[in-house]
Design a protein around this ligand. Sequence first.
Ligand code: ASP
Ligand code: MG
Length: 406
Amino acid sequence: MRRIVVKFGGTSLGNGERIRLAASSVRKEWRKGTQVAVVVSAMGHTTDELLEAAREASGGNLQARDLDDILAMGERTSARIFAAALRSLGVKARAIDPGMREWPIITDSSFSRAKVDERRTEERVKRYLEPMLRERAVPVVCGFLGRNLKGEVTTLGRGGSDTTAFILGKYLNASEVIIVTDVEGVMTADVNEFRDARLLDSLTALELRELGRFGARVMHPAAMNYKLPQMDAKVIHFRHGDLSAPGTTIKGGILGSDKMEVTLHEEPIGMLTVVGEGMQRTPGVLLQAISPLSRRGLNILGVSIGPRSFSLYVWQKDLRKAVELVHRQVKKSRVMKSVTSEENLAMVVVESEEFIDTPGMIAKLTSPLAREGINIVEILSSRASISFFFRWEDRERAVKVLKGDG
Ligand code: ASP
Ligand code: MG
């Protein structure tokens, strides 16, 4: 039995005609005997409009609880219109809204960025949505919305209807999740800026999550945390009016979920550092130092740049060779003055979406390390990851502490 979850983004529901096109693409699949659950965003720019009106109307004094309840009206409306469109096409359909007993998505009470209660949600998806699918009805679920234990409406954060789709896909054990949007799929760059951007046939769930974390709007990064490896998924353009359109396939999955991920690299790492005051004002210095390493096939695991030095991280077994190669360049250069190195380092990478918008995350991670007397040799950070370097002998204790069970 084929079972799919299809999510329609705002643009694909921009007007009545588009909603009808979307509904008929669902009907086509449903007539083949496929069980279909639909997730809808708000029509067009409804969410932005509601947000602006609510803010203006309340003179900048809007309660988060009220705002979520107001924004929810976008999805609550589009679910009803979509279900009506399906019924007009002879498909049994039902709008599923947070006001109903059958509402599946249960969250905590952090309005505007609510966290999903996975246990309760799974149980409700199985209890309420699954039987509808078996009876050949199409549930049309409001994306982006949740409900807390008091029965109040919450939202999962802007763009959150992607997350709704993958949550339902996971707990319904769907064979495929299809994201219908206003681009052909995932592109090599933003097509609005780069006309020559190419469509990707496929990428992995981890790659797509990273793109989302670093600002691409094609998919909400949190959605990928619910992508199971065995589940197919793709992003397609609404203009085809056809759910079998090719688009971009999302491969693999992410085991675990939105919890913080802590990874220890199993081999010791070496660091080499080049010092020179004039380096930062001289173009091409880094390339000059690094290119002999790449010609020899030495892998660089990390780079950090300070005001008068830069460091390269390599596997310890490559360190000696790396220093030798860089040293040759240092001798030829006027701005690179001297190279030094350190060995027996361990690299521990911590990844979490929370880093993106939660203040104080570095302090939260480093203060327990300080309390345990574990020295941090170096920290590198990107928007969604923090790489710690410890002495090799401290690695296991450090991992324990970072995981919060030190
Ligand atoms: N309508 C919501 C938003 O505009 C959620 C979504 O589209 O995913 O952010
Ligand atoms: Mg959207």
